[in-house]
Structures are given as structure tokens and as C-alpha cells.
Design a binder for this molecule. Structure first.
Ligand code: GLU
Length: 296
């Protein structure tokens, strides 16, 4: 028996859905229908400092208005913390993570100092953030234990070089969309571009990278259809999948809907919220046509 394709839409409940989310959800639905697949909703509420129940209710309301209903109860990340902990423990047992206390401000300061000293720009990740500049990865077992036992907040970082060495082969995925800038077909992952990414922190028990990878595997997701702003993140997801022996979905990164300023929409662009169009009297069918337009 061949496996039924499984698609998912995975918004974070930290604002109202906007036109870009509508495009993503509608494309998932359309692609799932085309292949007789299932379409799941996942609520990515791992960041409890930003997630709010009224936004989750708003997500369901907006999707429902668009004609997207989900027979299964959505998976809520906050209800699956042990699964992420287990994945982290497995990576720890492989010697691939280390505790790190450097705050974002300390990282910025260290990077600025290094740039002044060398006159060279410090390497940035695909999202533009400076790569982790610290030396905590080389700490002794005793020094690491001290960090874990102290009161100060700390994060678990992936030792990227060791993690890549542990996979011992180039990682690839099948891209059926247009990638980030036209990459399509078999794409070679480049997780090193991200440096020592955070996998969990004291105030958020799992990172986006870790939870999305674990969830896609636990939900049997075979097709990940999402905005091309997450194209580069797929490199980290492929690495974690390989380290943990998880199945690899097909990826389809679609175009983004840009705001009037030419930038990607964010949840703070209230005027492009699906709810704003609905409240202004637009019909769902018209909004579908507006976002799907020339297809993703
Ligand atoms: N939760 C992510 C977001 O709202 C999407 C994650 C994904 O599709 O992989 O941007």
C-alpha cells in the first residue's frame, strides 16, 4: 500500500493571519486535493511568551471563512514538549549539543568587537543574524555542568561542525517549488550557513527548527508547502532529520506576498489581515482569487 500524502499548515498563534498565510493554506489545500492527500493544521505555539488563545481562535475563524476546515483536532506544539525534549536528549547523547549562556546582546557586542578588530564583516546566517561567535562549544564537561546547574538562563546549541561530520554525506532534498531564488529539483542542503543554531532555551523549551522537524515526522507529513522565507531553514531541518533518522518530506517553497513597501508581510501589517478584508465586505471567493492569482 502506498502511503497517503500528508500536507500541513503550521501557523504560530502570535497575530492574525495575513494574505501570505492565506496563500500558504490555500496552496496546501489545493495540492493535497490534487493527490488525494490529508491536510492537517498545526498550531506552532512553542513560544509561550507570544502565543495567545485569541489568536488561535482567530486562525480557525479565518481558515473556516476561507473554506478550510480540518477534520482532525490540530496538533498544538505546547502539548508535545516531551517529544522535543526526547529529540534533544538524543542529540545530546550523540555529543552534538552544548549549553550556551551568551545572550543576543552579548553576541552583538562580541561580533561588533571582532568586526572592529579585523575590519571584516562577521559571517551572517541566511536570515542576516551573526553566526554564534562564542567558545562555549569547547568547554570541558565540568564547565558545561556548571552552566546547566547555575541559575542563569542558558540555551542548548547544536555543534554544527560535529553534527555535519556525524552525517558523513551531503544532505539533499527534493524541491518542487521555486526554492528561494529559483532552486528546484534536488537541492543540496547547507546547514553550516546557520552556525551553531539554538535547539532549546530556558524560556522556550524547543526551537522552531527542532519542533518543526519532530512534528513533521510525528504527523507523517510527506509534503511541506510553505513560504520561500523558510527555504534556507530546510537545511537545518534536513540535518536534524538525518541525525535522528526521521523521514524526509518533499518541500515546496512558494512565492511570498509582499506589502506595499516591497517587504514580506508580517503579523503587524494589520491592513493585510484576512479578517480586515472580511470585515471590509470581501467575499472569501474573491480573496482566494486575489492571493492565488497567478499561482505559487
Ligand atoms: N510556524 C511557522 C510560521 O508561522 C511556519 C513553519 C513551517 O511551515 O515550517 O512562520
Amino acid at each position: 500500500m502506498t502511503q497517503q500524502p500528508v500536507f500541513r499548515f503550521a501557523p504560530s498563534p502570535n497575530g492574525r493571519l495575513h494574505l501570505g498565510h492565506a496563500l500558504s493554506a490555500l496552496l496546501n489545500d489545493e495540492m493535497a486535493r490534487r493527490v488525494g492527500g490529508a491536510f492537517l493544521l498545526r498550531i506552532e505555539d512553542i513560544d509561550q511568551t507570544r502565543a495567545r488563545p485569541e489568536f488561535e481562535a482567530g486562525i480557525i475563524e479565518d481558515l473556516d471563512w476561507l473554506g478550510l476546515t480540518f477534520p482532525e483536532r490540530p496538533r498544538r506544539q505546547s502539548e508535545h514538549l516531551p517529544a522535543y525534549r526526547n529529540a534533544l536528549d538524543r542529540l545530546a547523547a550523540m555529543g552534538l549539543v552544548y549549553p550556551s549562556t551568551l545572550s543576543r546582546a552579548e553576541i552583538r557586542a562580541a561580533v561588533a568587537a571582532a568586526e572592529t578588530k579585523t575590519g571584516q564583516p562577521w559571517p551572517r546566517d541566511p536570515d542576516g543574524a551573526p553566526l554564534y561567535p562564542g567558545t562555549e562549544r569547547d568547554f570541558s564537561t565540568a564547565a558545561r555542568a556548571e552552566i546547566v546547574q547555575a541559575d542563569k538562563p542558558f540555551s542548548w546549541r547544536l555543534d554544527m561542525a560535529r553534527a555535519i561530520a556525524a552525517t558523513a554525506r551531503p544532505l539533499t532534498w527534493l524541491e518542487t517549488g521555486a526554492g528561494h531564488a529559483g532552486e528546484t529539483g534536488v537541492v543540496t542542503a547547507d546547514p553550516a550557513a546557520w552556525g551553531d543554531v539554538i535547539l532549546s532555551r530556558s524560556d522556550a523549551p524547543s526551537s522552531y527548527h527542532l519542533s518543526v522537524t519532530v512534528d513533521d515526522a510525528e504527523q507523517g507529513v510527506t509534503h511541506v508547502v510553505r513560504g520561500r522565507d523558510l527555504f534556507h531553514a530546510t537545511s537545518v531541518h534536513r540535518l536534524i532529520q538525518t541525525l535522528l533518522g526521521l523521514p524526509v518530506p518533499v518541500y515546496h517553497h512558494h512565492r511570498l506576498i509582499l506589502g506595499p513597501d516591497g517587504r514580506k508581510l508580517s503579523k503587524s501589517n494589520g491592513d493585510t489581515a484576512i479578517a480586515a478584508y472580511r470585515e471590509a465586505g470581501m467575499e472569501a471567493q474573491a480573496l482566494r482569487a486575489l492571493v492565488l492569482g497567478d499561482q505559487g
